[in-house]
Design a protein around this ligand. Structure first.
Ligand code: GRG
Length: 293
């Protein structure tokens, strides 16, 4: 299967599973369930579920066993976007090509919607089958660590506290390790765990995810400068408008492109122990380096 069809196929599998997991839109109190579905089914790229499913296959697993973790990481990701867009955070009106949750449903409802998605992510994760090496408790601990104050939330804290300040490259990397790379790493790790991966394979995917995550964020920063709002489905040029520290601001566009290529190369190297089984993940890494939105 070519990469485009593969991405479409895996995203569709995750969408169908999330449709089954989430309460129906008319379930009372319906406003919250409508809001949850509004933000989840808004045309995200589904990169995290795809990585989760592809990691499970790279480790020789059946990707159906990784569907619950794949949905869990997407639900956590969507919660973080809803809260990140709030007026008290990044204050954005557009996400995934649509008005943001608080614009459509009020700020209070958007806070609750994020809370509900975060809670739901653990409920869904708990449905994943355990394996010989990994228990459901291991999955939960993995996701909780990534969602907590040491990773996603900690990254957001550093981001908020860095506003209007000039950050060093090291400080910027620290934010993105926590905000972006951590959830990509956990997506891969949960897929691997659901496939009963050996500790060596899990470690290799952790390295892959770290480098892929940083490459992804450098590209994200580049696209913010070089692409249109229409293409991105979120407000372009936002970073510069709010004087945010970014890779292009620190390294310039050419320097940032080289940085993304450097991280992608390191990500590819981490896949060596997988041989042919790592091919799909290699293709995804190459595709993400070239992405336009
Ligand atoms: C807990 C409020 C709160 C935030 C946690 C992760 C995070 C911190 C905030 C998310 C907002 C953000 C811009 C994160 C950086 C990672 C990133 C580039 C997200 C966009 O991911 P894509 O491009 O989005 O995969 P789609 O919409 O395609 O899923």
């Amino acid at each position: 299967m070519d990469l485009k069809s593969y991405l479409k196929d895996k995203a569709a599998a995750a969408d169908a599973a999330m449709d089954g997991f989430l309460p129906k839109a008319n379930k009372r109190p319906s406003t919250i369930h409508e809001a949850m579905r509004y933000v989840v089914f808004a045309g995200g790229k589904r990169l995290r579920p795809v990585l989760c499913l592809a990691a499970s296959e790279a480790c020789g697993g059946d990707s159906n066993d990784a569907l619950a973790p794949a949905c869990a990481v997407e639900l956590m990701h969507t919660y973080s976007l809803v809260h990140d867009d709030l007026p008290s955070m990044d204050d954005d009106d557009l996400r995934r090509g649509r008005p943001t949750c608080h614009k459509v449903y009020s700020e209070g409802m958007a806070i609750l919607c994020g809370d509900a998605l975060l809670t739901e992510s653990f409920s869904v994760l708990a449905k994943a089958p355990s394996t010989k090496r990994y228990s459901v408790g291991d999955y939960v601990e993995e996701l909780a660590l990534t969602g907590g104050s040491l990773k996603l939330i900690g990254g957001q804290v550093m981001d908020l506290e860095g506003e209007g300040k000039s950050l060093t490259k090291r400080e910027l990397i620290r934010i993105h390790e926590a905000k972006t790379a951590a959830l990509l790493m956990t997506s891969l790790r949960l897929g691997a765990m659901a496939a009963n991966a050996t500790p060596a394979k899990l470690e290799a995917l952790t390295k892959f995810g770290y480098n892929l995550g940083l490459a992804f964020q450098v590209i994200d920063d580049i696209l913010d400068v070089t692409q249109s709002t229409e293409k991105l489905g979120k407000t372009a040029g936002k970073d510069e408008a709010v004087n945010k520290a970014t890779y292009p601001a620190i390294l310039g566009l050419e320097g940032s492109r080289k940085e993304a290529a450097k991280y992608t190369k390191a990500a590819m190297k981490a896949l060596e122990p997988f041989g042919k089984k790592g091919e799909r993940l290699r293709e995804i890494a190459a595709y993400l380096l070239q992405r336009e939105y």
